[in-house]
Write a protein that binds this ligand. Structure first.
Ligand SMILES: C[S@@+](CC[C@H](N)C(=O)[O-])C[C@H]1O[C@@H](n2cnc3c(N)ncnc32)[C@H](O)[C@@H]1O
Length: 262
């Protein structure tokens, strides 16, 4: 048949492969069962990045873009101001989205040794996904990954403690996780469950700041929409001098707490 020759009406459409024919139906069934679209498609667009997503880790959320942008601002200011290398550590990296964003933004500083960046998680499965996302963005060699509970396994060359701690730790109250509304039913409980009031992990991390945050250092913590006062109070009760502020999201909710060790 020549190009441009109209196909007779009786001609059959080309057969779709069995794989192609099955896939949309399977997707519809998964969506009908309320599975998040990011798990069905296998990626989420986050901070203009394509972050691979599956059940090994939490799907990165829009509010975490605020956390990543605050971390970028913090590192950028320090690179201009400080002569010494800067050490940044993301705790609870999950899919690695924040680490990928920081590594891409500061690729040159990392390559020159002006910035050291580590990322840890207590979940081996999440860490595996983080490693895949870092590799997919061409920054695998720029971030040290570590498996461990909060700050127990250092990803920085001893005796360096971080100048910047970035964390989006689980902060959903246990009863909400157990209720499993929406995507929570599909995401790992380890990535969500913050204990009775959601603050167990955040309190444990705060208790580490006197030992694990450099003088003048900053911790940036993502929090639930109603947790700013409690986290501020816990930070101000630490036995070190701190300056505490918080950053609102686009809805005006305080979603990131900034704790500066004075
Ligand atoms: C809310 S998810 C955040 C994931 C990712 N940073 C993001 O923003 O999309 C919390 C992450 O903290 C990890 N996590 C939970 N408990 C932890 C602990 N004790 N120490 C280190 N990481 C922990 C979970 O495995 C999960 O990957």
């Amino acid at each position: 048949m020549q190009l441009g020759t109209p196909r007779p009406c009786s001609a059959r459409p080309p057969r779709r492969s069995a794989w192609l024919a099955r896939r949309p139906r399977a997707w519809v069934e998964r969506r009908a069962a309320s599975e998040p679209i990011a798990y069905i498609r296998g990626f989420k667009e986050w901070l203009s990045l394509r972050i691979a997503t599956d059940r090994r880790a939490l799907i990165p959320r829009p509010e975490t873009e605020l956390l990543a942008e605050a971390a970028i601002d913090e590192i950028a200011a320090r690179l201009v101001r400080d002569d010494e290398p800067i050490a940044a550590w993301e705790v609870g990296t999950g899919s690695g989205a924040v680490a990928v964003a920081l590594a891409l933004r500061f690729r040159t500083a990392l390559a020159l040794g002006r910035l050291r960046l580590g990322a840890t998680d207590v979940s081996p499965e999440a860490l595996e996904l983080a490693s895949e996302n870092l590799a997919a963005h061409g920054v695998a060699g720029l971030v040290s990954l570590g498996l461990g509970d909060l700050l127990e396994v250092s990803v920085l060359p001893a005796p360096q403690v971080p100048d910047l701690l970035v964390a989006n730790l689980p902060y959903v109250p246990s009863d909400e996780v157990a209720a499993g509304v929406g995507s929570l039913r599909f995401e790992p409980a380890l990535a969500l469950d913050g204990g009775t009031d959601g603050l167990d992990l955040l309190r444990r991390l705060l208790a580490e700041l006197p030992f694990q945050l450099a003088p003048g250092g900053v911790a940036l913590l993502e929090i639930g929409h109603d947790q700013a006062d409690a986290v501020r109070a816990a930070a101000e009760a630490l036995p070190i001098p701190v300056r505490v502020s918080s950053l609102p999201d686009l809805a005006g909710l305080q979603r990131v707490v900034r704790i500066e060790r004075a």
